[in-house]
Design a protein around this ligand. Structure first.
Ligand code: SF4
Ligand code: SF4
Length: 389
């Protein structure tokens, strides 16, 4: 393991750009830490922390100048791998018929800088759903296959985080988390994990990043950076900081057989009680790094000579999401919330061999009325009389 100084981070961004990557990382915009293209490490959120809670998110100024000691913002890497809206094809009349043109442009080669353990697990969940099923999504595959990942071990979790209880953090795992943690999603054939992983420290030795390569190309990039060997106690200090983060999670998912709990509480009154608070706004599904549902819409221009098919994110909280030949199936908020939670934590296991939740806490922070899935599951576990595992 080697140590990268603050200037080494600048060089990391430069080297990735020189290698043709479009570098995406956290930056401050609109009073939040968002993910955007970076052309310099100086755009990282140095000196910003995040105060987060149910229905709350606020930036605060950190005295230590750290860049990665802040929990998940409203966005996730999903928006780059599985965009919120994209054109699939267009069609133009050409006299007797029409010509269809697929939107097949070469995707950018992304380098993701600052991927936490929970978010790497979320990418693995998307890999399983979109890239490793019977009908892989070729667009997702092409975006995903060239990606360079710089992971960051989390040392400062937020009040809404519960990655430990989902087996996905706070350390960035080179291996898939154990199935008992709710995941069980294996590495993709083209990307076993991360290329580099950083642990940020600000101490008497200054502001630095303990760095390790996780792949051959990660090692090649690391060889181009100004580093020094880790000094006495630096590796242990970083491990201690990550271990401390594991005990500082604001929440935990109950350790129970959640698929069984959700099946047993299908008719619970709790769903109506949640629905009395839920606005069915779909925020939780939009911010969730693993919610993958989409729908398509066709549009034509006013002449009728040109048509386009677009794909955009959809949500099981939308009324027409469950529309089938003549009507919606899930007309109540209670049935829609139940669908979301039951799929995420229950039937996702049957469908994809693991949980659909990685414990990032976004859905708690960005729910306008502060509905907390860990609290709702706690109540359902109690109602089901399930013994904690
Ligand atoms: S369900 Fe909530 S906590 Fe779980 S992965 Fe989605 S946004 Fe994160
Ligand atoms: S749980 Fe919260 S974020 Fe999700 S749909 Fe209901 S009100 Fe919106």
């Amino acid at each position: 393991m080697v140590v990268l100084g603050r200037e080494g981070l600048d060089r990391l961004v430069e080297v990735l750009m020189e290698r043709g990557y479009r570098v995406i990382g956290p930056t401050v915009r609109d009073e939040a830490i968002v993910l955007d293209e970076l052309t310099s490490a100086s755009q990282l959120p140095f000196g910003w922390g995040v105060e987060v809670g149910p229905g709350q998110y606020r930036l605060w100024r950190r005295a230590d100048g750290a860049a990665f000691k802040n929990s998940a913002g409203p966005q996730s890497w999903k928006q780059f791998l599985h965009p919120a809206r994209e054109k699939l094809w267009s069609a133009d009349r050409d006299g007797s018929g029409f010509t269809v043109t697929a939107t097949d442009s070469e995707p950018p080669r992304y380098a993701f800088l600052g991927v936490r353990g929970c978010d790497l697990a979320a990418i693995r969940v998307l890999d399983r759903v979109l890239d490793r099923g019977e009908h892989p999504d070729s667009r997702y595959h092409r975006r995903r296959e060239g990606i360079f990942i710089v992971g960051v071990n989390c040392t400062d979790p937020g009040e809404t985080c519960f990655c430990v209880s989902m087996g996905t953090g706070p350390a960035v795992s080179p291996q898939p988390p154990p199935p008992c943690g709710g995941q069980g999603v294996g590495p993709t054939p083209h990307q076993p994990g991360y290329d580099l992983v950083l642990t940020e420290s600000v101490d008497q030795r200054g502001h630095h990043f303990l760095t390790e390569a996780g792949s051959e190309r990660g090692a090649e990039v690391l060889a181009e950076l100004p580093t020094r060997p880790a000094g006495p106690g630096e590796v242990e200090a970083a491990e201690t900081a990550v271990a401390r983060a594991a005990t500082a999670m604001g929440r935990r998912m109950p350790a129970a057989d959640l698929p069984a709990v959700l099946a047993a509480t299908r008719e619970s009154e709790r769903w109506s009680e949640i629905a009395s608070r839920c606005l069915t706004c779909a925020n939780c599904t939009m911010v969730c790094p693993t919610c993958f549902c989409t729908t398509t819409e066709d549009v034509t221009d006013l002449t009728g000579d040109h048509a386009e098919r677009w794909q955009h994110w959809a949500s099981c909280f939308e009324l027409d999401y469950s529309y089938i030949h003549g009507g919606e199936v899930r007309t109540s908020g209670a049935s829609r919330y139940r669908q979301w939670l039951t799929h995420k934590l229950g039937t996702w296991h049957d469908q994809f061999g693991g949980s659909g939740c990685v414990g990032c806490g976004r859905c708690i922070a960005w729910c306008p009325v502060g509905i907390d899935l860990t609290a709702e599951v706690d109540a359902l576990v109690t109602e089901a009389g399930e013994e904690p595992r």
